[in-house]
Design a protein around this ligand. Sequence first.
Ligand SMILES: *Cc1c(COP(=O)(O)O)cnc(C)c1O
Length: 410
Amino acid sequence: MKTEEIAELQKEYLMPTYAPSLALVEGSGTSVWDAEGNEYLDFVSGIAVTNIGHCHPKMVQAVQDQVETLVHVSNLYYNGKQPQLAKALSEHSGLLGAKCFFCNSGAEANEGLIKLARLWGSDKGKYEIVSMRQSFHGRTLATLTATGQDKVKTGFGPLPEGFVYADFNNLQSIEEAITPKTAAVLIEALQGEGGVISADPEFLSSLRKLCDEKGILLLCDEVQCGMGRTGRWFGFQNYDVQPDAFSLAKGLGNGFPIGAIVAGSTLADTFQVGHHATTFGGTPLACSAALSVIGVIEEEDLLANTLMMGAYLVEGLCEIAMKHKKWVAGIRGLGLLLGIVLDVPAFPLQKKLQEKGMLSLATAGNVLRLLPPLNVSQEEIDQALKLIREACEELHEEMAPLSPNPCECS
Ligand SMILES: *Cc1c(COP(=O)(O)O)cnc(C)c1O
């Protein structure tokens, strides 16, 4: 099927919730191909999902082996892959006595975190969740309510009660939002959808202290910045802070749907039999996929590669930013979750790059997000930098706004 045919079929039979412009039919490593056979350098990775690249041979093998052995059994029965995966996540989390619950998506993992916090607070009269403005936590009713952006909420009221908002990187704002009913503060160590904004180290450590003083849980949404994306297993590990629990999804299965809650000792045994469940949570197949992802990150030393390639990419991007100070404000992010911050809308740059054979993602209006796989090579980054350099040169005239901003890279 050609792109045009696919688009027509989609228009007729799919709810128009998305607006794609490209039909991708094949992937390998950092490359994807469209229905016409054009190759693209994939610096989106399915939005921080295919962290070990497309169709990594070890994952292909693991999924193939499992799919012909056992795909699904109910959680009514033991399935050895689940505790194996939970052990690996628990150990990498560094949280003492951490235990996991498996589900299928980021929203579902955060929904579970919220339920976990409410159950923990139920005998203390605590149920409110403080979340951050500009955050993103998912599209279920509870998680879209926790999301600090009106665009996901409009039209879906009445929304669940018990959610209040504060400003990211502003401790005072969180202090003001806390009441005797507050059960937890929910936060991303690095806001991805919000525009690639990382937490200030002092802010996050003061927040941990504040939560301890007030007897409140600190919950991290690691759906986007987890699984090595920032150069550490989990985003909070860039800081001297441990949450009481955190959520995972996106990169956990490299595209095989799986999400998780990982909870330290305070919350590890809060859910008891019957409190929470999901049919597909942690199937042998999903867990095999995730175990292979963790294996690849370990064996191929991808955390080190993420830090190294991230630094290399930032260096090249800063050079480009300096040349286009008139409309490029700077580069930010951690590891391989990076944003080129513009003084103008980012979509034209995304579009120009796509025409040149590179996928990137305009976010929060003026930020171009780059999320290559964690095993991206230096040659691929050089290729990306070349395309970004060309695109910026071609767009320079039309992008340069009237009032120039100084570049943060200088
Ligand atoms: C993508 C994302 C989610 C939602 O995950 P889904 O799998 O789409 O439900 C939640 N939180 C963050 C930080 C995300 O980036």
